[in-house]
Design a protein around this ligand. Structure first.
Ligand SMILES: [Zn+2]
Length: 509
């Protein structure tokens, strides 16, 4: 792909030959942002657990937020949605429609779910997905597990397409820049090595058996901001690794609502804040080692996380604003890995079948839920033993968004950042599908364990999945050439005069 510098050089040469060619070096880079509402209705399913739950009130709207970047030769779209997840069939249908309506290539459209646990029913299972299963499995899926609401899902699909089409139609010549903020107090690894030698998820605040966290968090707040050429802030893409599980109460974008509010506080209400989650499979807002009685859920917690991450985003945006320029090149690549699922042993399936056929009120609720998961997983593995796992790279000049559909462990996000030669690498989880938790091999090893390693219909890829995804993403980044990091124009050699008011010795009398 032609670099901006060679384009400028060609433009300059043309300028030499044809003096009338003024304007040939106008930046081709354009950016557009748009958002659409996807707030579910009160009474709809509230996905977030392994069983059914329903929304009872509204806290704040759920949205689709889209950014489209264009340099003439290539176009990319980055979409964030306030949803727990989005499934691949929905994404493929959306990409087809986008391509028909505005021509953006399917592999250049990245759709990531914020993982808000207070959003609408976009899954987990899709309408009709288990219609060919046994009556027992069908009832366990459709009546006891989170399933998408067909009309709501159709609406989400429509609004994602509409947001991308609107962002594309609204593109204008732009300047953009990327940067990182840093916060170590908003998100925490939720897995701990315990005194008994094993690993536990959420051992409980103040548990004296905690030895140390079993994995890292990622303090970087990745930001890519765009301004019109006359200086109006258009929007930004923000990347941070933390579960959206604060639950301010009712339907909500979770802490992303406060992230947007914080950024809009300085940048204005027209600013579109596209949030794409980092690798937060084992990272949440809960600090299990905090020594004080503090609220780690609810309104206060949502404001705390969103406010802190938003403040870092703001600091970064004002820091890079004057450097922003046309970014180039734009590129996108995607690849589908075929990854096997872990199948439950027949004895375990038989035992689970016994448990789920007992009255849920008479069996331990956790035991019943995970027995149900084993029965559904068994049916899923039989019809779909290999998962399609899309890894994707979307490049905007010196920044690259590297995505996978997993609730992916944070360590892999750090590995991907370390393995990428891009100045700005933004790892994106829960993009273009949802394949459940993908832990590290260590977490699935003899000293591992914990919630994310449980075998369920949701999380079940073979232990090497995490490594394979990381290697594939690093490989995609290696195949792309980072564009130049924009800088403000260099200062010319000093030819001015010092300030006349300041050019005096001390005046004492
Ligand atoms: Zn999760």
């Amino acid at each position: 792909m032609m670099s901006m510098r060679s384009l400028c050089r060609i433009a300059l040469c043309l300028g030499c030959l044809y003096t009338a060619a003024a304007g040939a070096a106008e930046p081709a880079f354009r950016a557009g942002f748009a958002e659409r509402d996807i707030t579910p209705e009160v009474g709809m399913e509230a996905p977030g657990g392994y069983g059914k739950a329903y929304h009872r009130s509204l806290h704040d709207p759920c949205k689709v937020r889209a950014a489209v970047f264009d340099e003439g030769a290539a176009r990319v779209a980055i979409v964030g949605i306030d949803a727990l997840f989005i499934r691949r069939p929905t994404v493929l249908a959306i990409r087809r429609e986008i391509q028909e309506k505005c021509g953006i290539a399917p592999e250049a459209v990245m759709i990531a779910a914020s993982h808000s646990h207070a959003a609408g029913p976009t899954g987990f299972f899709l309408p009709g997905e288990f219609d060919d299963a046994t009556p027992l499995v069908k009832s366990l899926v459709y009546e006891k597990t989170v399933t998408a609401h067909p009309e709501y899902l159709a609406r989400v699909q429509r609004e994602i397409v509409a947001a991308v089409v609107a962002a594309d139609a609204g593109k204008m010549p732009a300047r953009a820049a990327a940067g990182f903020g840093r916060d170590e107090q908003a998100a925490f690894n939720r897995r701990f090595r315990m005194r008994d030698g094993f690993t536990m998820t959420h051992p409980g605040q103040g548990n004296p058996d905690i030895l140390e966290p079993a994995g890292p968090m990622d303090p970087q707040v990745g930001v890519l901001g765009a301004w019109s050429t006359d200086g109006q802030f258009l929007g930004c893409v923000v990347n941070f690794a933390c579960h959206a599980t604060t639950g301010p109460g009712g339907i909500s974008a979770d802490w992303i609502y406060y992230l947007e509010k914080t950024i809009r506080g300085l940048m204005g209400d027209k600013a579109v804040v596209v949030f794409v989650p980092g690798m937060a499979g084992d990272v949440t807002q809960v600090d299990n080692r905090n020594p004080f009685q503090i609220k780690q859920f609810g309104e206060v917690s949502a404001r705390y996380v969103g406010g802190r991450v938003g403040a870092e985003a703001i600091k970064t945006l004002v820091a890079v604003e004057q450097a922003a320029g046309p970014l180039s090149p734009l590129a996108a690549q995607s690849q589908v890995l075929k990854i096997g699922r872990r199948a439950p042993k027949p004895e375990r399936v038989a035992r689970a079948l016994e448990i789920v056929q007992q009255d849920p009120g008479k069996v331990d609720a956790t035991e019943w839920t995970f027995a149900k998961e084993i029965v559904v997983l068994d049916a899923r593995v039989k019809k779909e033993p290999i998962a399609d796992v899309e890894v994707q790279a979307v490049q905007v000049g010196p920044a690259v968004f590297l995505s996978c559909p997993a609730e992916y462990f944070c360590q892999y996000g750090l590995d991907i950042k370390a393995g990428s030669k891009f100045p700005f690498t933004f790892p994106v989880s829960l993009a273009n599908d949802c394949i459940g938790y993908v832990p590290t091999e260590e977490a699935l090893g003899p000293r591992g364990g914990g919630y994310e390693t449980r075998l369920t219909s949701y999380s079940n890829l073979e232990p090497t999945a995490g490594r394979r995804i990381a290697e594939a993403l690093i490989g995609l980044a290696a195949g792309l050439q980072p564009g130049a990091v924009p800088t403000p124009p260099p200062l010319p050699k000093f030819q001015g005069q010092p300030w006349s008011y300041g050019r005096v010795p001390p005046e004492l009398d």
